[in-house]
Design a binder for this molecule. Structure first.
Ligand code: IPE
Ligand code: IPE
Ligand code: MG
Length: 242
């Protein structure tokens, strides 16, 4: 595929509505969302995307009914135990991005095991943002620099951020019809191409990913420059002056 995004980030939204429309409990929508995610990871790996970052649970999602929050925690623990061997065989490297201290010991152990088991892989980097918020990330990065007595600059903050191991996302997709960022990659999405679709996350399949990528590949990324500069030899794909 021409002009493939190196890094795709996704706000996987719409699980609850998917379930409610079927008169099912919301957690049934989240379960179906895990199936969609499994297929998405596989497809991204197959077509040559190098980094996939998904928003699975936000800092604000604690405000949901207790039953849904505990259902999501159980689902994460279950998905980790079931999916990691397959992801491992597909060459996927898992990273969890977010505040771990708020999570139960069982969940924290599951995260650490999944990361350790896949640490040697490099075909696809798979970042799962769980108990994550873009504001949390900026604040924790700044606090770390301050504690070490380091100057706060764009570069030092960038290096202290939870996604410092990957380049910024090229394409940021949000399913579920809402057109907002909801505290996802506030820092890293500065120049991401945004793609919104009404499709609910459980319905977002390989064809839908290809559609988003096709839309992306037709866009001109200017990073502050003019169209003429971008068209000039060597003008494209530069975020900052060297
Ligand atoms: C996204 O789906 C998953 C999480 C936030 C955990 P939602 O649960 O937000 O689904 P809707 O937006 O209510 O349909
Ligand atoms: C964003 O979805 C968070 C995740 C997908 C994990 P929300 O459903 O929580 O976002 P809002 O509340 O509609 O903005
Ligand atoms: Mg939602």
């Amino acid at each position: 595929m021409s002009n493939l995004p190196h890094h795709i980030a996704i706000v996987m939204d719409g699980n609850g509505r998917w379930a409610t429309r079927r008169f099912l409990p919301r957690v049934a929508g989240h379960k179906k969302g895990v199936d969609a995610l499994r297929a998405c990871v596989r497809h991204c790996g197959d077509i040559g995307v190098k980094v996939l970052t998904v928003f699975a649970f936000s800092s604000e999602n604690w405000n949901r009914p207790a039953e849904e929050v505990s259902g999501l925690m159980e689902l994460l623990a279950l998905a980790l135990s079931r999916e990691v061997p397959q992801l491992q065989s597909e060459g996927v490297r898992i990273h969890f991005i977010g505040e771990r201290s708020g999570l139960s010991e069982k969940v924290r152990n599951g995260l650490a095991q999944a990361e350790a088991a896949t640490a040697g892989n490099s075909r696809l980097v798979f970042n799962i943002c769980f108990n994550y918020g873009g504001r949390w990330d900026i604040a924790q990065a700044a606090a770390g620099l301050a504690a070490r007595g380091e100057a706060i600059t764009e570069q030092s903050l960038d290096r202290a951020m939870a996604l410092a191991h990957v380049p910024d996302p090229d394409l940021l997709i949000r399913t579920g019809g809402e057109k907002r960022i909801s505290n996802f990659l506030l820092w890293q999405a500065a120049y991401s191409e945004l793609y919104f679709t009404d499709k609910l996350w459980p319905e977002f399949d390989a064809a839908a990913i290809d559609e988003a990528i096709a839309d992306y590949s037709g866009r001109e990324r200017r990073f502050g420059r003019t169209s003429e500069q971008v068209a000039a030899p060597g003008g494209a794909k530069k975020r900052k002056a060297a």
